[in-house]
Each structure stands twice: as C-alpha cells, then as structure tokens.
Design a binder for this molecule. Structure first.
Ligand SMILES: Nc1ncnc2c1ncn2[C@@H]1O[C@H](COP(=O)(O)OP(=O)(O)OP(=O)(O)O)[C@@H](O)[C@H]1O
Length: 266
C-alpha cells in the first residue's frame, strides 16, 4: 500500500465573503509527481499557500504523512519536510550561488542562534557544494546569482529549496519565463530530484512539461476540483475542456498544446 505524502481533505478557503477554494480533496502519494493545474484564477496559488502554511484554511484538514498540519506554522512545516520554490525567483541576487543554497539550509535550524550557523560553518558549505555537484551545478558556486542566465537561476532556486532536505517539494510554475530548451533541461533536472525520492507537487501552465514530468493531475476551476486522474487524458475531459474553452467549446478544438489546453493559458 502506498502512503500519502500529502492529503488535502475537504479544504475550503474564504477571503471575507469570497469563496476561493471550495471543499477540495486530493492526495499526493509518497514519491509521486502530481500537477495542480487550472485556468487563471482557479485557486492554484491559494492552494499552495494553504499547503505551505502561508494561509490557514477556513475548513477541512491538511495532512503531511498522515499528521494533521492544519495549525502548524509555515516555518515548522519546512522542518517537517516541506519546501517550496516560487514563480518569481526569490534568490538573493547579490549573493553567490553557494550563499543562496546555504540560506536554504537555515530552514533546518531551530533557533535564531542556529540560523547563523550555516553561513559560517564549513560543514554546511561542504554539504551545499556537494548538493550543487549532485544537481549538475558545480561550475557555479562562487558566481553572483544576478550574473547568471535565467534558466540557471531557476534551477538554483530549486536547489536552495532542496537544501532544506524536503520530502515534499512544491514547485510554483517552474517553467515560467523559460524557453523550450531551458524547459527540457529543467524537466530532466526535476526528474533527477524525483529519483532522489522527493515527492513533487507542481503548479504549471506548460502542458508539455506537465505531461512529461507528472503522471497525475488535479484540475481546479473556480476553486473546485473538476478533474483528478492521468495527465495523459486530462485534455479529453469535458469539464476540463469547458473550464479552458468555455461552455460552448468544440471538442475537436481541444488539442493540448505546450501552452495549455487548446492553446489557452493553463
Ligand atoms: N488574499 C486574497 N484576497 C482576496 N482574494 C484573493 C486573495 N488571493 C487570491 N484571491 C482570489 O482568489 C482567486 C484564486 O486566485 P489564485 O491566485 O489562487 O489563482 P491561480 O489559479 O493561482 O491563478 P493564476 O494561474 O493566474 O496564478 C482569484 O479570484 C483571486 O483574485
């Protein structure tokens, strides 16, 4: 029997009187690669914010390896094995690659005093260098982040998240702003992370990446789950087609492109 790394159980989120997530349930199996997709405004980022503890849900429960983390603050969720990369790169541009990765290690420390340790300790530095090497980025440790190509910075942000040694990695639009070659390279890079045993939950608009990286998809529309199943057949689902194309869509138009269902942004 597979264990669920993450369980979303009847989760809702209201902002004042506005319902943004409504009774959504799904799970991410240990070691799985699951895509969370849907049209603009569907609630994907809100769901990531709920999972990572930025927001507290209005109803329902969130479990990490079976433990209810609904009331656990976000910093502690990182220590419990969850890390996140953001759509807009949040690296420190004036610091070097290795310093940025070492900032990711700080998430594993418990006190303010401990937080100073990674940047000063050589053991931490060696560990960060090893991680960069394992992820094929060992040519960059001393480079200042701002000087590096965007595709490399995206990967470094993921490595910084990995420095927290997560079991579950939340990736928010990892391919945003990347060209086709960079996206293909990122896909191989993320598969490498999956092979390390890290469970992936990915919000992504690029359906080519979704299909080649993830086996399972959850589709949200207006804060509700409208599909859960294979990434290979998601584009054939009538509710998904309607969500992307409108109620009077023509199924024949429903070809999936690399930028979404029938060319719409996912
Ligand atoms: N803090 C907030 N207060 C009020 N409404 C919010 C808040 N955050 C998000 N929303 C609303 O919730 C809905 C879902 O937004 P969300 O950003 O989660 O969608 P998304 O699927 O990530 O969209 P996109 O693909 O465009 O990033 C939108 O209508 C948005 O305006």
């Amino acid at each position: 029997m597979t264990t669920d790394m993450l369980s979303i159980e009847g989760v809702s989120k209201n902002f004042g009187g506005l319902s943004v997530i409504s009774e959504v349930s799904f799970s991410v199996p240990e070691g799985g690669r699951v895509a969370l997709i849907g049209p603009n405004g569907a609630g994907k980022t809100t769901m990531f914010n709920l999972v990572s503890g930025v927001y507290r849900q209005t109803a329902g429960a969130i479990r990490l390896r079976g433990h209810d983390i609904s009331n656990v603050p976000s910093r502690k969720r990182v220590r419990l094995g969850m890390a996140r990369s953001f759509q807009n790169i949040r690296l420190m541009p004036h610091l070097s690659v290795i310093e940025n990765v070492m900032l990711g290690q700080q998430a594993r420390t418990k006190s303010l005093a401990d937080m100073a340790m990674p940047l000063s300790g050589s053991r931490w530095r060696r560990e960060a260098e090893t991680l960069l090497g394992e992820m094929g980025l060992d040519t960059y440790p001393g480079e200042v982040v701002a000087t590096l190509p965007y595709g490399i910075r995206k990967k470094i942000e993921v490595v910084r998240a990995l420095a927290a040694q997560p079991q579950l990695l939340l990736l928010d639009e990892p391919a945003a702003g990347l060209n086709q070659t960079e996206t293909a390279s990122l896909r191989d890079f993320l598969m490498g992370i999956s092979r390390r045993g890290v469970t992936l939950l990915v919000v992504e608009h690029d359906m080519g990446l979704v299909r080649s990286l993830c086996d399972h998809a959850v589709v949200l529309n207006f804060g509700r789950k409208i599909y859960e199943g294979s990434t290979q057949t998601v584009h054939e689902d009538p509710l998904v087609l309607e969500a992307y194309l409108g109620p009077r869509h023509n199924v024949a138009q429903g070809a999936v492109t690399n930028n979404g269902v029938a060319g719409d942004a996912a």
